[in-house]
Design a protein around this ligand. Structure first.
Ligand SMILES: Cc1cc2nc3c(=O)[nH]c(=O)nc-3n(C[C@H](O)[C@H](O)[C@H](O)COP(=O)(O)OP(=O)(O)OC[C@H]3O[C@@H](n4cnc5c(N)ncnc54)[C@H](O)[C@@H]3O)c2cc1C
Ligand code: FES
Length: 1296
């Protein structure tokens, strides 16, 4: 069972394991499949071989080629997703040693990565694929850049490189070296005397029957026990909804349920077949049978490709899927439309029902008789005059529940277009799949023509009733989707009818693209960066694309995160109890039941905090009052995580609501609920300028917040040493000093008693700057009270609920401009939703205001900002610190100006951009030369103009699909306006054997900081990197270190490391001079014998920055980073889906210390920015409860969303102020994601123009499918009756 333990323990939520089984009854060979570890029940693994990432290779033995290539292609950053990625590729290779790129895409579709932007992960997988699509292999064997030289070549004087890794280093992949399937398991599978398995747990009995008869007996005897098959419904309900089943019957793998039977009239698929197997079966049928027979199969296959991710499809069974009757089921509507039949079986015999009968009763239980189960599903062949289609629209193409889906079929009277039978089934519009049966009946006998369509749409709208309070998307959108799908169905059938009988009219050419789904293609990347000077010492790694220091450890699963540290003696787990009210008095906290719960040691409340419970305005435990939903009220310490969580649910809290309860920015404005003073900058004479402009646009833009969604949730381990009030804390943080400060304050001890250690964390993105301090202090108080070590790891749902995220904003702007597009005046006011406490909100606000002009020289400019205090969890730092939200508004008004002037947005951008040395709105001088270089190169190398022309042509020819393109300039700043916050220190030791240990104050979050520090130390000490080790960051080695944020980690810590190394080298210098031919080890040894200290601290005083808000002048940031990004998309005007074809980013990197790391940061930030602006939508109830608390509801981009062509170029410039003339690039890429948003807006504009809507418009963020669809106003959107808002309470509200 050791392997099973590994599954649950090591691989957290997104973990993937490879499972191999021996299915005698079906395929007669081993089958390997990847599975989601947290939904795989250990009992279900009997007879299977489970391989986890540790099982395929390790540094101690031999790393597997998959692990090696993942690391060397730079596919790991924080490394938390890497074992899962490695296992998905590994499983693919076990089944297909030379996979196709489509198979690779499918294999990775279920894995999430928040750091890399997926491109390098795919690149590593592509090295195993049949098509040599890797850039370096095209054509002549040289880089594809050579072939596109004319199009993409840059200034010849700048030597550009394109290879981020050396393929020749890879060990070859030899499938024959893989482990064999364990013979004892084969013997077990072949054993004719199999015995029923009983697994007795503390509270649960699990029975796995070995024959159908036995299963039917058990089913009859225990009619309420679930049949656990894939466990993807039952398991999820147990985890998320707390369902409990004392008895589980699991016939998973029972041969009688796993079969396929191809017949002349259709195919019967055993209920136990997984959805992946179903996909294989139908693919086979489609390849074997004539087209007209396989229309239902093709409709099913369409959904089987995008339903969940491959890991879930590998687990979920057909029977379990049908029986679950999920409202969002993608399969049931299509099966129903295809008139599939369920074969039911019980001890009393067999019977058949049409699957559609399931949807006429509210629960399957009423449909199935006692003791009955689904034995198999018969899917009939389609017929010549029958047409079957399926549709779905989700927040994201893969791995997301449908907002609405549909299965539709029509059967015509032979040789006519007269409807004989019609089936319309919809998902996600009611409690289960819904049939528009009345409409279908009424349309029988009608001809398939526009009149039928008109009536059909009206009837569908009348029949499909969606409650205005329905969860998820708005009712208006859902209704629009139902009619849009019907319209697409109408066109599809009309086209097929025409193909069958020419006398029926075809659809217009301009409508054909409405029928085409966006393809899922393997993305192609191209990265360009400055080559290292050929005269540079070969030992010097600076400027080279060096692999992440922990890359191999990430890929092998050997990198240790804090929750991987094995349990220590007397350790307790902590779970928190959080407020369910947004603003209320706490009347009572009853912990008596929780204290009685097994394993509970103590419950900790505000009264137990020996020092400050409220430190700097941030509250550890709520005492008398709660100020947001999710505020921590108390915590439970228990022997296991499960006990702590279960006991936490027993704590009873009574509240009395307090008014006002402020949730949205608008409510805050109404109540004048603000934090801090207003921030303002102004240049020129704004009021006067507005009097002399041709046009004025006044509008507002809302930009939603964002969840950090770091893969590793907030985690800490706290050890009370037992003497002198010392506390040792291991914590995933960007700011150990802050954790030390809060813990010391909470315990009432000086900071020197608190030792805070940070080795690595699985992503942070700003979310681990301040919040770990509160959580660390909470754990430390528990450790103090109980005297036990405390392990505190937030579940994803709690992490999302408690820790806040990016600030949602509302911006009200007035822009004055001339008819030629020249902007003369802007007056803009920003409001941020800061949540309930200050946190970093003041700095975020300052950043928004200071950076809000972006790249534009607007002569009269006024920008004001206010932070709104609301009853939401306190929002905090997030990559870009407000810049990505604030500047989206700027580009929005630029676009509005362009529309009003009848100009292309890129013209207006270009016209208003800073062109010559100038000063910012806060009077800081700067030279925009690198900005113009990026802009010009981006325009040229992306072939912008020719693509703009092609897009215009495309849009003329297509009514329902529109393309858009946008190029966005960026003027960004790194660092902070406070010199003291950019100071940094380091400690470098040289040991007698010559090895070097580097320590500094920066934290490794996945951004490759330690890798760069090793490169710097290597250059400075003139020794190979292999001599240098970097272990962890700690308050014991470097005190008072600043946070690792604001893109300045390398800048400031690099200087400190450089300083220490230079000190050491200076000390060694006389020895080296005496023995110039000696080795490093000799010099070190000599220094020791001469009593020369081999340890040095390094220091950097910080950049001289300041901001005078009174005078509105300053030098708040040390330097600028410029860039330009161009993206091209296509939108589906009928569904709101979009496809990103291509992105080009030109980023002013100055000199890159590590191009692989820098490009990784740019790509990762870009994809995160794209998520912010497109798919990531936080939803709140009107009472301030966050609904989106996990990957099911909150959609970060997956591998499918990334650009099909993804080109990144590091543009060379000079930056003498930073180490080696480099630039901090951690955040800048984020805003480049807005090029996707504005390309979408461009396409939406084309759709609106087509319908005569010529007026300027703005778009809020994120541009979700709903927003895109509803912005493409047409007859379908206009037909939807809007429910009177005063008659119901919305399910969700916008807080921006
Ligand atoms: C992360 C995730 C993403 C998902 N995304 C999608 C999606 O995009 N689209 C979509 O349509 N679905 C989606 N699903 C749902 C998924 O398709 C279903 O959960 C799955 O098909 C259920 O099958 P199972 O074998 O896992 O059922 P189980 O969880 O094992 O069982 C489910 C129920 O079915 C009953 N049952 C099982 N077999 C039989 C039988 N033979 N006869 C009678 N009753 C039976 C059980 O008693 C139980 O009540 C997703 C699920 C997850 C976890
Ligand atoms: S590297 Fe993928 S989540 Fe961090």
């Amino acid at each position: 069972m050791a392997n099973s333990y590994t599954i649950d323990w090591l691989i957290y939520y997104y973990g993937t394991v490879s499972i191999t089984y021996f299915p005698l009854y079906y395929l007669k060979h081993y089958s390997h499949y990847s599975a989601t570890a947290c939904l795989t029940s250990i009992c279900s693994l009997h007879g299977t071989a489970v391989t986890t990432v540790e099982g395929i290779g390790s540094i101690k033995t031999r790393i597997h080629p998959v692990q090696e290539r993942l690391a060397k292609c730079h596919g790991t950053q924080c490394g938390f997703c890497s074992p899962g990625m490695a296992m998905s590729i590994y499983t693919l290779l076990r089944n297909h040693p030379i996979p196709s790129t489509e198979q690779l895409m499918e294999a990775l579709g279920g894995n999430l990565c928040r750091c890399t932007g997926y491109r390098p992960i795919l690149e590593s997988g592509k090295t195993f694929c049949e098509e040599p699509t890797v850039c370096q292999l095209q054509g002549t064997g040289k880089c594809c850049m050579d072939q596109e030289e004319n199009q993409y070549s840059l200034n010849k004087k700048e030597e550009m490189c394109t290879e981020l890794y050396d393929k020749s280093e890879f060990q070859p992949y030899d499938p024959s070296q893989e482990p064999i399937f364990p013979p004892e398991l084969i013997r077990m599978a072949e054993d004719p005397q199999k015995k029923t398995l009983y697994f007795h747990g503390e509270k649960v009995l699990w029975i796995s029957p070995v024959s159908l008869n036995e299963l039917l007996e058990l089913r009859m005897k225990y009619p309420t026990a679930p049949l656990v098959m894939g466990n993807t419904t039952v398991g999820l309900n147990m985890k998320v909804k707390g369902e409990f089943h004392p008895l589980i019957i699991s016939p998973i793998g029972l041969p009688a349920l796993n079969f396929v039977d191809f017949k002349d009239d259709g195919v019967t698929i055993g209920a136990g077949c997984s959805l992946s197997e179903m996909k294989e079966i139908l693919t086979h049928a489609v390849s074997e049978e004539p087209k007209e027979k396989t229309k239902t199969y093709r409709a099913l296959l369409k959904h089987l490709r995008t339903l969940a991710g491959q890991q879930i499809r590998n687990m979920a069974t057909l029977g379990g899927h049908v029986a679950s009757k999920h409202d969002y089921s993608d399969i049931n509507p299509v099966l129903a439309a295809g008139k599939a039949i369920l074969n039911l079986i019980s001890k009393d015999g067999e019977r058949q029902i049409l699957i559609e009968e399931l949807f006429t009763t509210p629960s399957l239980k009423e449909e199935l008789r006692p003791g009955e189960l689904i034995f198999s599903v018969f899917v009939p062949h389609s017929r010549k005059w029958e047409f079957v289609f399926s549709y779905r629209q989700a927040q994201r193409m893969e791995n997301a529940f449908a907002i609405v889906n549909a299965g539709m079929s029509v059967h015509f009277e032979e040789g006519t277009n007269i409807i004989q039978d019609l089936k319309l089934f919809f998902g996600s519009v009611g409690p289960t799949t819904v049939s528009a049966s009345k409409t279908c009946k009424q349309l029988i006998g009608r001809q398939w023509n526009d009149e039928m369509l008109r009536d059909g749409i009206r009837m569908v709208l009348e029949e499909i009733f969606i409650l205005p309070t329905t969860a998820g998307a708005t009712v208006k959108y859902k209704k629009t989707l139902t009619t849009s799908f019907f319209f697409i169905f109408y066109l599809s059938v009309k086209k097929e009818l025409h193909e069958l009988e020419q006398r029926y009219p075809d659809i217009p050419e301009t409508s054909i693209s409405a029928l085409e789904d966006f393809p899922i293609k393997i993305p192609e990347g191209r990265e360009m960066f400055q080559c290292v000077d050929p005269h540079q010492s070969p030992q010097d790694p600076v400027g080279h694309p060096v692999m992440h220091q922990s890359g191999i450890k990430h890929a092998t699963g050997e990198a240790v995160y804090y929750d991987d540290i094995p349990q220590v003696d007397k350790e307790l787990h902590l779970a928190v109890v959080t407020s369910t009210r947004a603003h209320a008095k706490i009347l009572s906290i009853d912990i008596s039941e929780a204290l009685k719960f097994p394993g509970v040691v103590d419950v900790i409340t505000a009264k137990d905090v020996p020092g400050e419970n409220n430190h700097e305005g941030e509250i550890l435990y709520a005492e008398d009052e709660v100020i947001c939903v999710g505020q921590i009220i108390c915590s439970v310490a228990a022997d296991t995580h499960a006990h702590a969580r279960q006991a936490a649910e027993k704590v009873k809290i009574t509240y009395e609501d307090v008014e006002p309860r402020i949730i949205t920015i608008e409510e805050a404005i109404e109540h004048k609920s603000f934090m801090f003073e207003e921030k303002k900058i102004e240049k020129g004479n704004v009021d006067k300028a507005f009097k002399h402009v041709d046009e004025i646009i006044e509008d507002e833009v809302h930009v939603g917040g964002q969840e950090h969604f770091y893969m590793e949730t907030q985690t800490t381990l706290v050890f009370p040493t037992g003497e002198d009030n010392e506390m040792v804390i291991f914590i995933g943080t960007q700011f150990p000093t802050h954790v030390q400060d809060f813990t010391a304050a909470a315990l009432g001890v000086p900071r020197n008693k608190i030792m805070c250690h940070m080795k690595r964390t699985g992503g942070a993105f700003g979310g681990k700057v301040t919040k770990p301090a509160l959580l660390g202090a909470i754990a430390a108080v528990a450790a103090h009270k109980t005297g036990h070590p405390i392990r505190f790891m937030l579940e994803r749902c709690d992490d999302m609920l408690i820790t806040g995220g990016r600030h949602p904003i509302l911006a009200k702007f007035k822009v004055g401009f001339m008819k030629n597009g020249k902007i003369k005046a802007v007056d803009i006011q920003y409001f941020t939703n800061a949540g309930c406490t200050a946190d970093e909100s003041e700095m975020v606000l300052e950043f928004i205001v200071l950076k809000s002009e972006n790249a534009y020289d607007i002569p009269n400019f006024r920008c004001r900002g206010r932070a709104c205090k609301t009853n939401l969890p306190s929002n905090t730092a997030f990559r870009g610190f407000g810049f990505p939200q604030g500047t989206l508004v700027v580009e929005n008004y630029i676009t509005a100006v362009a529309i009003k002037c009848g100009l292309l947005p890129e013209k207006v951008r270009d016209m208003n951009m800073y062109k010559t040395p100038n000063t910012t709105a806060y009077k800081e001088p700067f030279n925009p030369e690198p900005l113009l270089k990026c802009w010009k190169q981006c325009l040229e190398k992306s072939s912008f103009q020719s693509r703009r022309t092609a897009i215009e042509e495309f849009n003329k020819k297509n009514d329902w699909k529109k393309r858009g393109i946008a190029i966005i300039p960026m003027k960004f700043t790194v660092g902070v306006p406070h010199t003291s916050e950019s100071q940094a220190a380091s400690l470098v030791h040289i040991y007698q054997d010559g090895s070097v240990l580097v320590t500094h104050g920066g934290c490794e979050l996945g951004q490759g900081l330690h890798t760069k520090m090793i490169q710097i130390a290597s250059r400075e000490l003139k020794i190979p990197s292999s001599y240098i080790h970097l272990s962890e960051t700690s308050t014991t080695t470097v005190p008072n270190a600043s946070y690792t944020a604001g893109s300045m980690g390398t800048d400031i810590n690099g200087r400190a490391v450089q300083n220490a190394c230079q000190t050491l080298l200076k000390r060694l210098d006389p020895i080296i001079k005496k023995n110039p031919k000696g080795k490093w080890e000799d010099w070190v040894s000599q220094a020791f014998s001469e009593s020369i200290s081999l340890s040095a601290t390094g220091y950097f005083r910080g950049y001289k920055t300041y901001m005078d808000w009174e005078k509105e002048v300053g030098h708040p940031y040390p330097y600028f980073v410029y860039g330009a990004g161009c993206s091209e998309v296509e939108i589906d005007c009928l569904t709101g889906a979009h496809k990103l074809f291509r992105t080009d980013i030109f980023m002013d990197a100055a000199f890159s210390i590590n191009p692989a790391v820098d490009i990784g940061q740019i790509e990762g930030a870009f994809i995160q920015g794209m998520g912010l602006y497109t798919t990531e939508e936080l939803k709140y109830s009107p009472e301030g409860v966050l609904y989106t608390r996990g990957p099911d509801d909150y959609k970060i981009p997956t591998v499918t969303e990334i650009p099909e062509k993804f080109y990144v170029t590091l543009v060379h410039s000079r930056n003498p102020i930073a180490i080696y003339s480099s630039k901090g690039l951690g955040e800048a890429g984020m805003f480049m994601g807005s090029s996707v948003f504005f390309a979408i807006m461009d396409a939406v504009g084309a759709a609106r123009r087509k319908r005569g809507l010529m007026e300027p418009f703005t778009m809020n963020s994120p541009a979700t499918p709903e927003l895109i669809r509803m912005s493409c106003v047409d007859q379908f959107t206009e037909q939807i009756h809007r429910d009177d808002p005063s008659t119901f309470k919305s399910w969700s509200i916008h807080v921006s």
